[in-house]
Design a binder for this molecule. Structure first.
Ligand code: S3P
Length: 434
């Protein structure tokens, strides 16, 4: 399906965004390992977390969906999973594939993970290598570099692992395998990747300790306590209406109940430094995560510079940052972000080429990009390339472009943000999915 987007005049209103994608995945996977029923509210019913529900069902766990956003995961404990009868299809979801691999590495049975053509192009050696070092028997396409991967695990050794790249998916895979290892697992991170796995495992009673960038996990002696949790709104989804309101003159928007875990708020820091006007109201805790309401209004911005740890803290926000930077005065530069090349698409090339069709001046760098702003965007036919975040970033660009913008393949927005187009319409935007 394609989105037809026309220039917006002043976005106004109070909205909320769907539940956090990373936490939704983990609620189901960790719930499966808990001893009893994990009750989840605010679950994200998007394509990616639903792939996790189906994978977890495949290893013998009953997941009841009381409504779109309410789940009960009937956990069977650390040793209650069973051999799947068929391959486990992770569809487009890298988090499903990589975290499930960590759990499956701890199981003394045979399983196969696969996914869509898009996911089968994404690197899996980064989890296969450490899990193999822990003793799991893993094989796969391209010497286990790519899905499909076959896994036969059990009897794992604890390892100390220095991560070559900052990745919460890899860290989580090793920690989840560490639940089944014979001693303390230690992961050293090169940067502060999201810590939802550590927070949730701790809430379930697991001994996980973080000191700076080092995480240590001791395998549990007893059972894992099931959780009752309310998942906050996804900061990465909130980024789209947030930037839309900053860019469209006359806008005033409140986004309620957004997760503001410091490992996820790099974009807020960067936009603030560029001069964007927003504030966090009513900061509070919900389900072990910090949450706030984001009140934002239209603002003029200057160029920004992003590198190092901030890149890790906003790894999914670069397509929308690039859109914001097209309207900032000066050259915005992003460095140390080579990981963007192995996301749902090569996001450096895709952002430069697709926004370029609308008149943006974006220079590709091996590890990032430069956006020369401000530029007047014009409507064009652009392509999401099957990447949900590109689809949403291009739609926001369409709101500030002259004429009509057509975003091809826009329906993939529902991988992480079902209701994205309706949410923009509720703020007064002229967008339709046809
Ligand atoms: C995620 C971690 C990030 C992020 C992805 C979700 C997670 O990937 O891009 O959307 O839930 O752990 P990496 O950890 O591989 O950078």
């Amino acid at each position: 399906m394609k989105a037809l987007v026309r220039p917006a005049r002043g976005l106004k209103g109070r909205i909320s965004v769907p539940g956090d994608k990373s936490i939704s995945h983990r609620s189901v996977m960790l719930g499966a390992l808990g001893d009893g029923d994990t009750k989840v509210r605010g679950f994200l019913p998007g394509g990616d977390p639903l792939a996790t529900v189906s994978a977890v069902r495949g290893i013998g766990i009953e997941v009841e969906q009381a409504s779109q956003t309410e789940l009960v995961v009937h956990g069977k404990g650390l040793h209650g999973l069973s051999e799947p009868e068929d391959v486990l299809n992770c569809v487009n979801s890298g988090t499903t594939a990589r975290l499930m691999a960590g759990i499956l590495a701890g199981q003394d049975f045979f399983s196969v993970l696969t996914g869509s053509p898009q996911l089968r192009r994404r690197p899996m050696g980064r989890i296969a290598d450490p899990l193999r070092r822990m003793g799991a028997d893993i094989d796969g396409r391209g010497r286990s570099g790519y899905l499909p991967l076959s896994i036969r695990g059990g009897h794992l050794r604890a390892i100390e692992y220095d991560q070559p790249v900052a990745s919460a998916q890899v860290k989580s895979a090793i920690l989840l395998a560490g639940l089944f290892a014979d001693g303390e697992t230690i992961v050293r991170q090169p940067g502060p990747s999201r810590d939802h796995t550590e927070r949730m495992l701790k809430a379930m009673g697991v001994d996980v300790r973080t000191e700076g960038l080092v995480v240590r996990l001791s395998p549990p002696q007893g059972k894992l306590a099931p959780l009752e949790m309310t998942i906050p709104g996804d900061a990465s989804s909130a980024a789209f209406p947030l930037v839309a309101a900053i860019l469209v003159p006359g806008s005033e928007v409140v986004i309620e109940n957004v997760g503001v875990n410091p490992t996820r708020t790099g974009l807020l820091d960067v936009l603030k430094a560029m001069g964007a006007s927003f504030r966090l109201d009513g900061e509070r805790e919900s389900g072990g995560e910090p949450v706030a309401d984001l009140a934002v209004e239209h603002s003029e911005m200057c160029a920004g510079f992003v590198s190092g740890d901030t890149v890790v803290r906003m790894i999914d926000e670069f397509p929308i940052l690039a859109v914001a930077a097209t309207q900032a005065i000066g050259t915005t530069e992003v460095r140390d972000a080579q990981e963007l090349r192995v996301k749902e698409t090569d996001r450096i090339a895709a952002v430069a080429e697709e926004l370029g069709k609308m008149g943006a001046e974006i220079e590709e760098l091996p590890d990032g990009f430069k956006v020369h702003g401000p530029s007047e965007l014009h409507g064009a036919v652009v392509d999401s390339r099957g990447d949900h975040r590109l689809a949403m970033a291009l739609t926001v660009a369409g709101l500030i472009a002259s004429g009509e913008t057509t975003v091809l393949g826009a329906d993939c927005a529902s991988d992480s943000f079902p209701g994205f187009f309706e949410t923009l319409r509720a703020l007064g935007a002229d967008v339709e999915l046809v």
